[in-house]
Design a protein around this ligand. Structure first.
Ligand SMILES: [Zn+2]
Length: 458
């Protein structure tokens, strides 16, 4: 391949490999889509290769961060239902989301993804589950946005089929017909899923939550996913209201409900998982079921603090998620590392989670949740070139001798440099693939248009 070699040198390096290798001063070398060398000391001189060198002095190199839970379309409905519980918030927002169309989806996805890459995120999932009729191709719109911004993408074909008239939480007008959902799930895999080793896009299937889908949909989506070799995702154990719903409707707690449907396993990752008892935490570890921990969103909705330290101790992969921007208006993944650490300590004391464990959650464990750990999540030769470089010599971080502590405990900041698949996405803390100001204008007008449309509806 005739691509220039990229050498980032003179920086601290936290590889997040299995041995936890770190270099006080070292280098990362990238060729084409892959990392070819990582080490301490000065970078080896190359012979006869066109090289782009980046002076990383005053910076820390880490793997690009992995976002395990999001609803990009919600970028168009930020700042609403500000004091609501999850169920109150959903009941207020479902009718607004019923008016999302392709143009609003595109504007929201561009804004959400641009924000993510600026916060050091190189791979993101998206959980899209609202598909109003006749409003265009929402999944394609977000896929196009991800291609434009340039990050690795793992969107899910989400769904809801349990409307209010049948005992579900969402109003009937935002749920879909079950057979249509199943056909759309197969179609999404057919159109977009790329299982190849250099893949920039994989699909997963993601019925929305126990209170918005029927058990048979979960079971059938599980069958499709396993037949097609894609992963499964949903929300679980987010609130006590959900627990009560499952006990009333199905006579079991949320985890048992999912397990009975074949939904625990190492090809499944679940968002939130706050209200778990000890036995349930153990089951996550035993089955290798992943957890997308979303501390900001959980705090915004007052949902509780997930037992992250216990889950990590049990051996379950715990990644981080920003969650939808309607319940975490910031939408930046970098700051979730800091919150994960602080919240784990509020629950379990000052030794509950270390700065390095928080970084692992944001990188290699996130990659495990998405089934991508052989290719991303650590800085190692042979892995795909998703690299984040963080400034630690600025006012907010200078003087903290431990670079990982500076990154995780210090103030959240935009990433200095971000490579995804060997491509330069952010440089000098600025997006290089698109125009941030134009994206901001686009989301402002899309949000306004959506609000006007809702207001005009009787
Ligand atoms: Zn969510």
């Amino acid at each position: 391949m005739n691509t220039p070699r990229i050498v980032i040198e003179g920086c601290s390096v936290a590889t997040v490999d299995a041995a936890g290798t770190e270099h006080e001063s070292g280098y990362v070398i990238v060729e084409g889509h892959r990392i070819v060398a990582v080490g301490g000391g000065p970078a080896p001189e190359d012979v006869g290769k066109e090289t782009w060198r980046f002076d990383g002095r005053g910076c820390l190199a880490t793997p690009g961060l992995v976002n395990c839970h999001h609803h990009l379309y919600q970028w168009a409905t930020r700042g609403l239902a500000q004091q609501a519980t999850l169920f109150e918030w959903l009941v207020e927002l479902y009718p607004v989301w019923a008016h999302v169309d392709e143009e609003i989806e595109r504007a929201a996805a561009r804004a959400g993804l641009a924000t993510l890459v600026r916060s050091g995120c190189s791979t993101s999932m998206d959980h899209h589950y609202v598909f109003p009729r006749g409003v265009g191709d929402l999944l394609a719109a977000e896929v196009e946005a991800a291609r434009e911004i340039g990050l690795r993408f793992h969107p899910t074909r989400g769904s809801m089929d349990l409307g209010h008239s049948h005992g579900g939480l969402p109003p009937d007008e935002v749920v879909e017909d079950r057979d249509e959902i199943l056909a759309a799930s197969e179609e999404a895999i057919e159109r977009f899923h790329d299982p190849s080793p250099n893949s920039m896009l994989r699909i997963a299937l993601a019925p929305c939550s126990p209170f918005s889908v029927v058990p048979v949909l979960l079971a059938k989506e599980g069958e499709i996913a396993r037949r097609r070799g894609v992963r499964l995702h949903t929300h679980l154990a987010e609130t006590e209201d959900e627990e009560e719903f499952c006990l009333q409707q199905y006579g079991v707690r949320p985890v048992e409900y999912l397990e009975d449907l074949g939904w625990l396993g190492d090809d499944v990752w679940l968002a939130h998982c706050i209200h778990l008892d000890e036995r349930e935490v153990r089951r996550f570890g035993e089955t290798g079921t992943g957890v997308a921990h979303c501390p900001s969103s959980n705090a915004r909705l007052g949902a509780g603090i997930a037992p992250v330290a216990a889950l990590v101790g049990a051996g379950a992969p715990v990644g981080l998620g920003v969650d939808g921007a309607a319940s975490n208006e910031a939408g930046e993944l970098g700051m979730e590392m800091r919150k994960a650490l602080l919240f784990a300590r509020l629950r379990g004391g000052p030794a509950a989670l270390t700065a390095r464990q928080a970084l692992e959650a944001a990188t290699i464990h996130g990659a495990r949740c998405l089934g991508w750990e052989a290719e991303i999540g650590s800085l190692e030769p042979g892995k795909l070139a998703d690299v984040a470089l963080w400034r630690i010599d600025d006012l907010g971080h200078a003087g903290i001798a431990d670079p990982v502590a500076a990154l995780v405990l210090g103030p959240p900041q935009p990433v200095e440099l971000l490579l995804v698949n060997g491509r330069l996405i952010v440089e000098g803390q600025e997006l290089r693939t698109s125009d941030e100001r134009e994206i901001a204008k686009g989301i402002a007008s899309a949000s306004k248009r959506l609000a006007e449309r809702v207001e005009a509806t009787p």
